[in-house]
Design a protein around this ligand. Structure first.
Ligand code: ARG
Length: 293
């Protein structure tokens, strides 16, 4: 390594200094799904970033998806995964598989890895955090409502345990299931929506979505057209122009909803890029799309 390379390393740390100073004591809700959860090396790089955040005094809270492991467990059980309007059709057999896979495999693996990396983590079943009521899936084409079984929308969050973990410098790792109000049944919930609800309830300073896209782009096939920053007015304009369309609409809408609910900033970053979390938080330019009011 040349002396110049070494000095460059110091520059990188110095660029991070104002962010480390500002973000100390803040709560960042991080939602992970997609590739960042499926590929071992990406999971590890994300979890290392999270341990790093904790080490510099930030309070990361992790909400994870279920994804492929659930599809696989269902297949092994001879069940077929079906989705209507993005919601998993969840019958009694499916909800037990969802719960078992989240509580028995996905959640403990994340917790274990954080510990191996020298961090501290607490696995929490979403059922002890999220309260929900049943919801129907609305077909976007026909507008028709379908019963999708044990699927809920989060109505409230029980943040006591989460806050206790945060104050003890332990990273809460929360799974995307909820307790049905009234019946106590376990309901499957959309992890994005659960993350928004929890971020609002915690008044998180940041809500960060890691997914399989760079961020919001003018042309999804052209990385150079990424929007680094969006706000309410700009989002309105992009929707009218048809640039924000389809599956992006509910995502940006829930981002704006969480900002109005007291979340400081929303970020959409690419979980396929190793250390995208660190790059977004500790550099001036970031690497994805930040959304402000
Ligand atoms: N690191 C700063 C933050 O976390 C700025 C991030 C800028 N990101 C962007 N996509 N423009 O607030």
């Amino acid at each position: 390594m040349t002396l110049e390379d070494q000095i460059h390393k110091a520059d990188v740390l110095i660029e991070a200094l104002p962010y480390i100073q500002n973000f100390r004591g803040q709560t960042f809700l991080i939602k992970v799904g997609g590739s960042a959860m499926e590929e071992k090396s990406l999971v590890d790089s994300l979890l290392r970033d999270i341990v790093f955040l904790e080490a510099v005094g930030i309070n990361p809270v992790l909400v994870h998806g279920g994804g492929k492991a659930i599809n696989k467990a269902m297949k092994d059980a001879g069940l077929e995964a079906k989705f209507i309007a993005g919601l998993r059709v969840t019958d009694a057999a499916t909800i037990s598989i969802v719960e078992e896979t989240l509580a028995g495999v996905i959640n403990p693996e994340l917790v274990h890895s954080i510990k191996v990396m020298g961090g501290r983590a607490l696995g929490l079943a979403g059922t002890s955090v999220f309260q929900a009521q049943r919801m129907l899936a609305k077909d976007p084409a026909t507008g028709e409502a379908h019963d999708v079984g044990f699927v809920g929308e989060v109505v409230d969050c029980n943040t006591e345990v989460v806050e206790l973990a945060i104050s003890g410098e332990v990273v809460p790792v929360v799974s995307p299931v909820a307790r049905e109000i009234g019946t106590g049944h376990t309901l499957n919930v959309n992890a994005d929506i659960a993350a928004c609800a929890l971020a609002k309830r915690l008044k998180a300073d940041k809500l960060i979505f890691l997914s399989d896209v760079l961020g919001v782009m003018r042309d999804p096939k052209d990385n150079a057209t990424l929007f680094p920053t969006l706000n309410t007015d700009f989002i309105g304009q992009l929707k009218r122009e048809g640039i924000i369309s389809g599956g992006m609409i509910p995502k940006v809408d829930s981002a704006l909803d969480s900002l109005r609910g007291g979340v400081g900033k929303v970020h959409m970053i690419d979980g396929r890029i190793p250390h995208s979390l660190i790059l977004e938080i500790f550099t001036d330019k970031g690497i994805g799309t930040e959304i402000v009011l």
